[in-house]
Design a binder for this molecule. Structure first.
Ligand code: NAP
Length: 286
């Protein structure tokens, strides 16, 4: 029987664990320490208690591992990941942005694009909407998608995952950057100058993606700006909430990754360079 584990009992990891545990008894939710979480699945379903076990105390080997810690926390758990997986385990990074998979020295790692929305406050996790992960199509992920078919967690197989990753990267690039730097919610896009800066960011990001050989729609800037238009004025982004709370930001996996890729291709990306530098400076001051 397949043994599942999820590292990171936050908004994303708890949702994955809850859905898997409805069908697979052998599913571990692993965190810094043992805990009991109050999990609200949404859709008026009642609260469900989720048991978290200590990652460092876990000795079991698992066949499928979902990693749902923040991108800047990944480096701290690499040795734990190695300890609890075997050479045929599948590791799915359920995180935003783009991690340089080559540096991880882990086999069978898949960068997912996450469409799961929720939030964690102390020991309470609330799931808002969506339960979908996009991953590269391969014989391994096809098997996994079949295993997950009875669950509410959808594994969408992509023939070119880089295209999906870059689309989400650019969606995050524009709105996360401007809401974090202005410390304002989505209403900040009503300011013409900020709106223009946001367009510039996506436009420069699209040039970087093009240089990487990524396939994006020709009207990507307009598409993403119209996605933002659907956001309620008071909606914040993860980076907005993190900066307001004085927490670390996932800058290196989003703005930093795009910036470094642009540098690699010798592209002039002044708006990305300036805004990334400011966010980098914020992180350095932490
Ligand atoms: P989160 O709520 O902060 O959850 C991360 C969890 O990992 C926390 O419970 C954290 O514990 C735990 N963790 C950190 N370091 C650990 C360690 N060394 N050992 C064990 N557990 C550890 O984050 P999230 O919102 O679920 O986000 C996870 C990823 O999904 C991020 O990349 C995020 O950008 C992405 N994402 C999130 C959403 C969303 O709506 N939340 C949507 C799309 C994508 P502590 O709290 O003790 O640090």
């Amino acid at each position: 029987m397949t043994k599942f584990a999820i590292i990171g009992p936050g908004a994303v990891g708890s949702t994955i664990a809850f859905e898997l545990q409805q069908h697979f008894d052998d599913t571990l939710l692993l965190g810094r320490q043992e805990a009991t979480l109050s999990y609200y699945p949404g859709n008026h379903m009642p609260m469900h208690q989720l048991q978290v076990q200590s990652l460092t105390a876990t000795t079991a080997k698992v066949d499928v591992l979902f990693v749902a810690v923040k991108t800047y926390q990944l480096n701290t758990i690499i040795e734990d990941i190695k300890r609890i997986t075997h050479q045929d385990s599948i590791i799915v990074l359920a995180q935003n942005g783009r991690t340089n998979l080559e540096t991880l020295t882990l086999p069978n790692v898949y960068q997912a694009v996450v469409y799961i929305s929720g939030q964690k406050e102390q020991n309470t996790v609330t799931h808002f909407r969506d339960e979908r992960l996009h991953v590269q199509d391969s014989p391994q992920t096809r098997n996994l998608a079949q295993l997950l078919a009875p669950t509410n967690l959808e594994l969408k197989l992509e023939s070119h995952i880089e295209d999906t990753i870059w689309y989400k990267l650019l969606v995050n690039l524009g709105i996360n950057t401007v809401t974090a730097l202005t410390q304002s919610t989505a209403k900040v896009l009503k300011d013409n100058k900020v709106n223009h800066l946001c367009r510039q960011l996506i436009d420069e990001g699209a040039h970087v993606a093009l240089a990487e050989g990524v396939n994006l729609p020709k009207d990507i800037v307009t598409q993403i700006m119209s996605i933002y238009e659907g956001y309620p004025d008071e909606m914040g982004t993860s980076m907005y909430y993190d900066i307001i709370a004085g927490r670390a930001l996932e800058v290196e996996a989003i703005q930093g990754y795009i910036y470094r890729t642009g540098q690699k291709h010798n592209l002039a990306i002044p708006t990305i360079t300036t805004t990334y530098t400011l966010l980098h400076g914020y992180l350095h001051s932490k």
